[in-house]
Design a protein around this ligand. Structure first.
Ligand SMILES: Cc1ncc(COP(=O)(O)O)c(C=O)c1O
Length: 423
């Protein structure tokens, strides 16, 4: 397209923030799709039934229909928040009374909106936040866009390492004269690494945040999709709902209807909902009705069927990596959608390999690079200074959620063969 001649001056961020790499990869249609965190097992039969039943109810009850096809409260409809509060209490063990405390639950347009709105309400340019290295790019990029200084903290096969979080807090004070505002973690089957934080680390992270008055942002996107028993949410430790912002999403455990849910400390909730009020006024009431039916009546059955199927996909991917990949290390998720692989060869560039070899062979994954901030800080080897954070280019995120075990086995073997030729 020819250059626009309209002379518009765009906001500064547009010149340094690129389109999300995962969104950009959506343009490719490949047979072996290991890229975005797309759910491949959605209980569409259940949703078809819910929609059929609702359609009858709407025909018989025009008043209900008028309400459901209308604007509603910014934080969500009380009947839906009560249903979510019950699930959070009964299954996730979050200490909220469903009858009297349901108002501490809110919904947003996807948990993505909650991530954005929390950053938007907590962070002034120059403020500090702490994330694992690597971290979910949907959190990292808005943080950089809003001018946060991102300190990335080393991770191992159990996720973020608390000793380094303490170091990051100290270095933030020394270097920037600031206590970080937010510590961001995905405790269960992290995106992108797929790691799960053990109980001891959860407690340590909570304690660090208590000591330094940092908001612990617990993104539990994959908490329901677990193949093994995992520790309880960090939110369980937050008895008076003051320290942990707990986020969930319907996207992975229901369907991608763009609804996230959260339990936020009251003062955070107030500001986040103020922000949401200007971002989208409210979330669709009709979609809340559909999801309310799902969470009230169908989720247990859907999870009973869905989780073993996801587990088979994970097993197919893990086995094929172990059999066919060259020297490197992979994570071993307890659930979720992703395995993270790092080549032993430091000079391997998974982004260049994607363009040159993987895509022409009908294969798609997400290279590691976008999971590191475009500008940010890392802790140096001796742990006493901050240095610019650098992406580890020899890494890749492999998603097992979308295609069948057969396609996974075939595609990962093919990828392994191509990698072995390259390395
Ligand atoms: C860790 C994590 N958080 C948040 C999201 C956003 O989810 P949604 O906006 O669909 O609720 C995702 C999506 O992939 C994710 O992986």
């Amino acid at each position: 397209m020819a250059d626009s001649k309209n002379g518009y001056q765009f906001a500064t961020w547009t010149s340094f923030i690129a389109e999300s790499q995962i969104r950009a990869l959506l343009k490719y249609t490949v047979k072996y799709y290991f890229a975005g965190g797309k759910p491949g097992i959605i209980p569409t039969d259940i949703f078809a039934k819910i929609l059929g039943d609702l359609s009858e109810r709407y025909s018989k009850d025009p008043e209900m229909a008028l309400d459901d096809f209308n604007y509603g409260p910014t934080g969500g409809q009380p009947w839906f928040l009560k249903t979510l509060a019950k699930r959070l209490h009964d299954v996730r063990k979050i200490p909220i009374d469903c009858e009297s405390e349901w108002e501490c639950v809110s919904i947003t347009s996807g948990s993505q909106q909650a991530l954005y709105a929390i950053l938007d309400t907590m962070v002034n340019p120059g403020d500090v936040i702490i994330t694992p290295s690597p971290a979910y790019l949907g959190f990292l990029v808005p943080a950089v866009k809003l001018g946060a200084r991102v300190i990335t903290v080393p991770t191992d096969l159990d996720g973020i390492i608390p000793e380094y979080v303490t170091k990051a807090v100290q270095l933030s004070g020394i270097k920037f004269g600031k206590t970080p505002d937010i510590l961001y973690v995905v405790p269960d089957s992290d995106n992108p690494k797929g790691t799960t934080l053990p109980q001891k680390r959860r407690q340590e992270l909570f304690d660090i945040c208590e000591t330094h008055n940092i908001l612990l942002l617990e993104d539990s996107a994959y908490a329901e999709i677990q193949f093994k028993k995992t520790p309880k949410p960090i939110k369980v430790l937050d008895k008076d709902n003051s320290r942990v912002a707990y986020l969930g999403t319907t996207s992975k455990e229901a369907a991608v209807l763009r609804v996230g849910y959260s339990v936020l400390p009251p003062n955070v909730r107030e500001e986040v909902l103020k922000d949401k009020g200007y971002l989208d006024l409210c979330t669709s009431t009709m979609i809340q009705r559909v999801l309310n039916e799902y969470y009230a009546k169908h989720i247990d059955e859907a999870m009973r069927v869905g989780i073993p199927r996801y587990k088979k996909r994970y097993e197919a991917m893990a086995a094929a990596i172990d059999e066919s990949f060259p020297a490197g290390e992979r994570t071993d998720p307890t659930g979720g959608f992703f395995i993270w692989w790092q080549s032993e060869s430091k000079s391997f560039d998974s982004g260049a390999f994607l363009e040159k070899t993987a895509i022409p062979n009908d294969l798609l994954y997400v290279p590691g690079k976008p999971f590191y901030p475009i500008t940010g800080y890392a802790i140096n080897d001796s742990g006493n200074d901050l240095i610019p954070s650098m992406p580890e280019l020899n890494t890749m995120r492999l998603g097992f959620s979308y295609v069948t075990p057969e396609v996974i086995s075939e595609g990962i073997s093919k990828l392994g063969h191509l990698l072995s030729k390259e390395l």
